[in-house]
Design a protein around this ligand. Structure first.
Ligand code: 5GP
Length: 113
């Protein structure tokens, strides 16, 4: 996978407002927030999109969901948050390093845009 903005954030080549980090993942504030809380949660493993995930990514994918739950709870939004994965350009993906949008702090409409 070619280097992306997000791998540069992992490597501290460009700055980000980091919320949480461990060996598996990094969570930072979206530079263009769509809600009062808008974090991006990314695996440190370079994987371009969910479609590219393989069976041996099962642990990592489950880990990210449980970590998202914990991060939202720690932010005081454990009861009402939305997670979004844009998979591919047709779904609005613009950065090709798998990421989960974590949104909270306002009412969420449905269907999403
Ligand atoms: P996507 O459209 O791929 O699902 O989401 C990419 C997200 O990355 C967008 O919400 C966008 O605002 C965010 N983003 C793009 N460049 C940067 C950056 O340099 N820093 C941070 N923190 N977020 C970024």
């Amino acid at each position: 996978m070619t280097e992306t903005l997000f791998s540069k954030i992992i490597n501290r080549e460009i700055p980000a407002d980091i919320v949480y980090e461990d060996d598996e993942c990094l969570c930072f504030k979206d530079v263009n927030p769509q809600a009062p809380v808008h974090y991006l949660l990314i695996p440190k493993k370079p994987i371009d999109r969910l479609t590219s995930a393989m069976p041996d990514d099962q642990y990592m994918l489950g880990y990210l969901l449980l970590k998202a739950k914990q991060i939202m709870a720690d932010a005081g939004h454990g009861d009402a948050f939305r997670l979004v994965i844009n998979n591919g350009p047709g779904a609005g993906q613009t950065v090709f390093h798998l990421h989960i949008h974590m949104l909270a702090g306002r009412a969420m409409g449905w269907p999403p845009g």
